[in-house]
Design a binder for this molecule. Structure first.
Ligand SMILES: [Zn+2]
Length: 167
């Protein structure tokens, strides 16, 4: 037997599932039209503060908000450092669109520096410094195309600097 749409007064078949709450344990069953309407209005994080969103993400990822974890693992300095490094890398990563949406020149610039499409800004900095040292006209010895390489990686670096919003 097919359930009726959960939307009050609607008599169509409830064939579309929509989560009732953030824990995704309970669902409404709507007809297509009401599911579309519900999904449009339903924002997973709509009524949460930034801290609550962060806690929620951490709870899903680590099993507890980091504030609690930090207290519980006060001794485990390495662990906390690892997590914090991960978080700071993640926040940078989160500001970027998915690699498939990365603009072409940015993808090319990452490639020029030999970086993965998902590289974060600090990866760019580290890689650029290493390459700049290698190819800088003042320090490059025995590399024929050093000046051209240096210009190339510097242009790539400038592109990425702009892309990551760095000054
Ligand atoms: Zn309906």
């Amino acid at each position: 037997m097919i359930k009726k749409c959960d939307h009050a007064g609607c008599t169509k078949a409830g064939t579309c599932r929509a989560p009732k709450s953030r824990d995704l344990k309970e669902y409404w069953f709507f007809c297509q039209e009401h599911a579309a309407e519900y999904n449009k209005n339903w924002n997973f994080y709509a009524n949460m503060t930034a801290d609550e969103i962060e806690d929620d993400w951490e709870r899903q990822t680590f099993g507890a908000p980091l504030r609690d974890k930090n207290a519980a693992n006060a001794d485990a300095a390495d662990y906390v450092k690892f997590i914090n490094d991960f978080i700071s890398g993640r926040s940078e990563f989160d500001r970027r669109p998915a690699p498939s949406k990365t603009p072409g020149p940015v993808t090319a610039a990452l490639k020029t520096l030999g970086l993965a499409p998902t590289a974060a800004w600090r990866d760019v900095g580290v890689k650029y410094r290493a390459l700049a040292k290698k190819y800088h006209p003042d320090t490059a010895r025995g590399i024929d195309n050093a000046a051209a390489e240096f210009a190339k990686i510097t242009a790539a670096y400038e592109t990425l600097k702009k892309y990551f919003g760095k000054k």
